[in-house]
Design a protein around this ligand. Structure first.
Ligand SMILES: Cc1cc2nc3c(=O)[nH]c(=O)nc-3n(C[C@H](O)[C@H](O)[C@H](O)COP(=O)(O)OP(=O)(O)OC[C@H]3O[C@@H](n4cnc5c(N)ncnc54)[C@H](O)[C@@H]3O)c2cc1C
Length: 539
């Protein structure tokens, strides 16, 4: 089946929803999302959105904080663009009906987070993302110009050069995107979605790692699709890890807030010894990345599966009142944190790199845009300032919509005659899904052990050779059997793992979120530049 529209949007987090709403005023939109509409990282965001809204705050301060955390790789023009638009984009959200917490003075109750010099985090209790997702999805579902298709998963982008002209070369210096092949995961059919403009808003890559705070949808599909189509990808070595996720086989993705350490919780090894004093003068209150590195070092040293976070020395009533949600959640898994330490591990949390875009969200493929966590705009550089990611998605969905308004009238829309149907090439139903689950586990474990928080050339090279083998096996498998969402996600995490390793190996220094034992210092002379990679090679 062919599904034409002016604009195709892949993804229903903040980036996809807010873009769809904006372009629907002048265009028809097909919005596909691979699970339920609100199954997104956006819906899980707790802290809030950073913007200059307080009386003492200034754009210059927010710009400086972002640049400082980005460690020399944030692009100053993009930082300025994002920061200056912040208040206006927040006002738009409020105009749509989003409710954020206000203080007694009726002004926004602004929170403060690590790395911010001023209070500037607008929030809805500790469920900001859920509130934003709620209001945007309501509006999108009610819009007559937007058709929403849940359980529809992007398989591959359709580019004129590769699919239509069937060019032998995989490298498209001047490729044009015409839409995407989309798998209906309920029926198993792959349909052709044609569009003048395609926007990827497919979110992050957390599932590439064994432990992650991300929901199951975060398998890096957008990065993998764009890479296969020839787009430029950047800075994928910069993966942010959250120091403390609950360690329990059934407690998938449950974050233990850093506020616990703020209230006196202490990290201990399995012998009960506190260890943070060996790593930083601030001990348990050291910056997030140092804490994650320390936990990783302790686990690698002892071979233990986790470390322990202990707040049991505080009165039980205080703990239950200050952390009601975390307390209840831990009880569900059999831990009473008022009585005993709880097991924790660091977890992959946010990808600073992604599909390279300009200030309008345009990728290096014509008519293909990327917004949100899937993109690399130049905002974050080598590390992300807390709560800047939702802001980035808001600002860039606006920028990309502005660009769409300008170019759509002049675009020749692709027609059915231009594009062949998806061809399964004689593939049959798989009888060996065990191969998929085995490789899935192997990739995630390999990335966790060798390409995690603390890296070395030896670990990275070992990971590279394993991932090469797995990729080869997947490619053979992929062409023989009909595509399923599991198989597609496996292929995508393998591609993303490969890109992360390549970027990490190429950066012979430590900077921001990339820490390697072989080159423990920052080297501005050689490496104050983005890592930019496409099928073509390095740029
Ligand atoms: C637990 C947690 C807490 C966080 N807290 C904060 C915070 O307080 N402040 C902040 O700024 N950031 C926070 N972040 C980060 C932030 O939430 C994300 O970076 C942001 O929500 C990403 O938005 P997005 O629209 O790009 O992607 P997402 O919200 O993840 O949406 C991605 C969408 O793409 C769809 N999709 C994926 N692949 C395909 C495919 N192949 N085909 C079709 N659809 C596809 C998914 O189904 C989903 O609908 C947090 C993240 C997590 C996980």
């Amino acid at each position: 089946m062919h599904y034409p529209s002016d604009v195709l949007v892949m993804g229903s987090g903040l980036a996809g929803l807010s873009y769809a709403l904006k372009v629907a005023d002048f265009a028809t939109v097909n919005l596909v999302t691979k699970r339920e509409l609100t199954e997104t990282s956006t819906a899980k965001a707790q802290g809030g959105i950073a913007a200059v809204l307080g009386p003492d705050d200034r754009f210059e301060y927010h710009i400086q904080d972002t640049l400082t955390v980005g460690e020399g790789l944030s692009h100053p023009d993009i930082v300025e663009l994002v920061v200056r638009q912040g208040p206006e984009r927040i006002r738009e959200l409020v105009g749509l009906g989003a409710h954020f917490d206000v203080g007694k003075d009726k002004n926004f109750d602004l929170g403060r987070e690590g790395g911010h010099s001023h209070r500037r985090i607008i929030h809805a209790h500790d469920m900001t993302g859920a509130e934003v997702e709620r209001i945007l999805s309501e509006r999108v579902l009610a819009h007559p110009n937007i058709r929403v298709l849940e359980h529809h998963m992007g398989v591959n982008l359709i580019t004129e050069e590769k699919v239509v002209r069937r060019g032998r070369s995989v490298i498209n210096r001047d490729a044009t995107c015409l839409g995407a092949y989309i798998l209906n995961t309920r029926t198993g059919e792959v349909d052709t979605f044609l569009a003048g403009i395609t926007l990827m808003a497919t979110g992050g890559v957390g599932k590439v790692y064994l432990y992650t705070s991300n929901p199951d949808i975060a398998t890096g599909d957008g990065v993998a699709m764009a890479y296969r189509a020839g787009a430029l990808i950047g800075n994928m070595e910069f993966v942010q890890f959250h120091p403390t996720c609950l360690y329990h086989p059934e407690a998938k993705n449950f974050l233990i807030s850093e506020a616990m350490r703020g209230e006196g919780a202490v990290l201990r090894d399995r012998q009960g010894q506190a260890f943070m004093e060996h790593y930083h003068p601030l001990k348990d209150l050291a910056p997030r990345d140092i804490v994650a590195q320390a936990i990783d070092a302790e686990m690698k040293k002892s071979g233990a599966d986790c470390v322990y976070l202990d707040i049991s020395h505080k009165p039980g009533d205080f703990i239950r009142e200050r952390f009601p949600n975390i307390y209840q959640e831990c009880r569900k898994f059999g831990y009473d944190m008022a009585q005993e330490p709880i097991p924790v591990v660091p977890a992959a949390h946010y990808m600073c790199g992604g599909v390279v875009t300009d200030d309008l969200g345009r990728t290096t493929i014509h008519n293909l845009y990327a917004v949100g966590e899937v993109s690399m705009t130049g905002l974050h550089g080598a590390n992300r300032l807390a709560s800047n990611s939702l802001l980035e998605a808001l600002v860039f969905s606006h920028q990309a919509a502005r660009s769409a308004k300008e170019i759509l009238p002049g675009l020749k829309k692709p027609t059915d005659a231009d594009v062949p149907e998806w061809n399964p090439l004689g593939a049959t139903d798989s009888t060996e899904m065990v191969v998929v689950s085995h490789n899935w586990d192997e990739i995630r474990r390999c990335m966790w052990n060798y390409v995690g928080i603390v890296r070395s050339d030896r670990r990275l090279t070992r990971a590279q050779s394993r991932i090469d083998l797995i990729k080869q096996e997947i490619e053979e498998y992929y062409w023989n059997f009909l595509v399923t969402s599991d198989l597609l996600e496996l292929r995508n995490i393998a591609t993303v793992a490969d890109i992360i390793i390549k970027c990490a190996l190429s950066r012979k220094e430590s900077r921001g979120l990339h820490y390697t034992l072989d080159y423990p210092r920052r080297d501005d002379g050689h490496f104050q530049k983005d890592s930019l990679l496409s099928l073509d090679g390095w740029r």
